[in-house]
Design a protein around this ligand. Sequence first.
Ligand code: ATP
Ligand code: MG
Length: 419
Amino acid sequence: MTIKAVRGFKDILPDDSLRWVTAEDVARGIFETCGLKEIRTPILEKTEVFARGIGEHTDIVEKEMYTFTDRNGESVTLRPEATAGIIRAVIEHKLYGKASMLKLFTMGPMFRHERPQKGRLRQFHQINCEYLGSQAPLADAEVIWMAWKVLTSLVTSSELLLQINSLGCPKCRPLHRADLQLCLKNLAPKLCPDCRRRAKSNPLRVFDCKNEECKRILASAPLVKHYLCPECSIHLGKVLDILEAFGVPFVQNPYLVRGLDYYVRTTFEIVSPDLGAQSTVAAGGRYDGLVKALGGPDLPGVGMAIGVERLLLLMDIQECRLETNLFVAALGNEAREEVLPLVKELREEGIVVEMTYEEKGLKAQMKQANRLGASHVLIIGDKEIEEEKAVLRDMKTKEQQEISFKEIIPLLKDLFAGE
Ligand code: ATP
Ligand code: MG
């Protein structure tokens, strides 16, 4: 029996990896223009990081984490998201003391034990960014703009919809929570078991339910937007004004809440109807209480996460295969040895060069060059070595020219410049 990958864990195969690199490069480029620096934290953390950082009463902590005791009997967890670990690192290394504001990004695998389906895996990848230390609406807007910019650089923007809401703050949210809980008491018998549980532990999250019947029933429940304090209203208004100035289209969705406990004020999602049930490709918001909850100073924060697998499902770019520029066809043992330094030098010039690893005739080598998509073939046999020149064949036009050994490097450098 052959061994297969674990359910919900997927290989990224060579033909796909270029799309991954493209997405990551685009994100990295955009983050760098906004002055973000990369942070890479461990994939394994003490379970406490997530229990405290995400909140006990969340789907993630209640039922999705890969938690186990290691050989020392310590409870550890494969990270289900990036923010809590990053904040653990920021506090541990006191990064906050060194700059007035920290702007960080990371990308990598996350782990959640969910039911695998299209756009939902047990190991999936995120591109994340976190702004720590600013309460300014500009920080929220910039984070949202970056998510929008990364996605629209890779996907047609008409397929994407940015939804925004405010969840209020510790001042105004309790009033809403009390009214919502009262209302949910009456609605409870009609709601799903998950929502009945949420109604007690974390009522706001009933709005996060994917069940259509619950959504219908909850349409008339009290919304945070009617409870916002003046400060929260002003904050939201300013975020929206800046987004308008940045030219980012959005809609307000008063039902939008986050599954994570620590979010306050701004919350947002970028969705695409093309993704079916797993329609959210990026999500994020403000989490002012989190750094303190994890034992650090009272630093406000705002961040976002892009689901890379969902993004790739939307990317309609052609397979951008890296083509071989040049195939070196060396004929005979002496020629094969003679060309090795040349192959090395051409590669050092950034030219993609291939040759055969076993001795083969010219016909077989030309066939291989074709398969690799080489635009040119450099043919060198015993005769060419004696005369210190080679034959360069253009695979498209089929034209051949003789070039002296000395000319090879400058000519090929010229030929492939800018590719
Ligand atoms: P969902 O409602 O789809 O479960 P979520 O609210 O749990 O998403 P977040 O914790 O906000 O998701 O994660 C941010 C993004 O990461 C999501 O918008 C999505 O694109 C991606 N994501 C989350 N869970 C998965 C998963 N199991 N497989 C693939 N991508 C995921
Ligand atoms: Mg989820």
